[in-house]
Structure formats: structure tokens, C-alpha cells
Ligand binder design. Structure first.
Ligand code: 5GP
Ligand code: ZN
Length: 120
């Protein structure tokens, strides 16, 4: 699998070709705010490598996905979510058309903040 897809909007965001509000970046992960937030805090954690969705994950991706999932609570607090259990956050990974996925570059939504939310 190619590591980037020239037609992919999230690959372009990762490469800086499309601007975004960046939250965090390291050698294999990029995090940015959703352009149409559902909640007061709404960002997405994405692998820099172009993986279309969770459906394409292999055992080789276990460490990467583990890093993404363990980053979520730290960044949620950094971005203003209140601590567990009164605060907290929601993690969503839409996968495929029936899973509601619109952008086919794997992304983990992290949403939180005071309710009510716009959606969800
Ligand atoms: P999906 O429905 O695929 O799980 O989520 C895609 C998300 O990407 C949507 O919540 C949408 O608002 C967000 N999104 C789409 N295009 C852009 C963009 O150009 N910049 C940013 N920051 N978010 C985007
Ligand atoms: Zn991509």
C-alpha cells in the first residue's frame, strides 16, 4: 500500500497542502480539529500513512493503533475535555459507507466538552 494517496484530502492536510488547525504531530501520527465540529471539542487522530479505513488494518498496525488510542485521552484533556468520570470524551471510527465514513483515510474522531452537542 502506498504511504500517501495524492487524491486523499487527509494526506494533503498531513503534507500541509491543505491548511488545518493542528493539535499534535509526530513521525507517524497527525492530529487536527474537525472543520465541522459536532461537540465543543472535536479533533481527529490520523496515521500519516494512508490506510483507507479500519478494514485494511493488519497485525503490523497494532502498535500504531495502540499509540493512537493511548494518545486520545491525553489530547482530550489538553484540548479542554474535563477529566473522567464527570467529563470524558467519545471516540468514533466510521468505517465504510454503511459505517458512515466520508473520508477514506483512517481517522479516529475524539469528541467532548459540555453538553448539549450539535450531534451525537
Ligand atoms: P467521517 O464521516 O469520514 O468519519 O469524517 C470525516 C470528517 O472530516 C468530517 O467530520 C468532516 O467534517 C471532516 N472534514 C472533511 N473535510 C475536512 C477538511 O478539509 N478539514 C478538516 N479539518 N476536516 C474535514
Ligand atoms: Zn490519505
Amino acid at each position: 500500500m502506498a504511504s500517501t494517496d495524492p487524491n486523499c484530502i487527509f494526506c494533503k492536510i498531513i503534507e500541509g497542502k491543505i491548511p488545518s488547525r493542528k493539535v499534535y504531530e509526530d513521525d507517524e501520527i497527525f492530529v487536527f480539529h474537525d472543520i465541522a465540529p459536532w461537540a465543543p471539542v472535536h479533533f481527529m487522530i490520523v496515521p500519516k500513512k494512508h490506510i483507507p479505513s479500519m478494514a485494511q488494518l493488519t497485525p503490523d498496525d497494532a502498535a500504531l493503533m495502540g499509540r493512537i488510542m493511548t494518545l486520545a485521552p491525553k489530547l482530550a484533556l489538553d484540548e479542554g475535555c474535563r477529566p473522567y468520570p464527570d467529563g470524558g470524551f467519545r471516540v468514533v471510527v466510521n468505517t465504510g459507507n454503511e459505517g458512515g465514513q466520508e473520508v477514506h483515510h483512517l481517522h479516529v474522531h475524539v469528541m467532548g466538552g459540555p453538553r448539549p452537542w450539535l450531534r451525537g
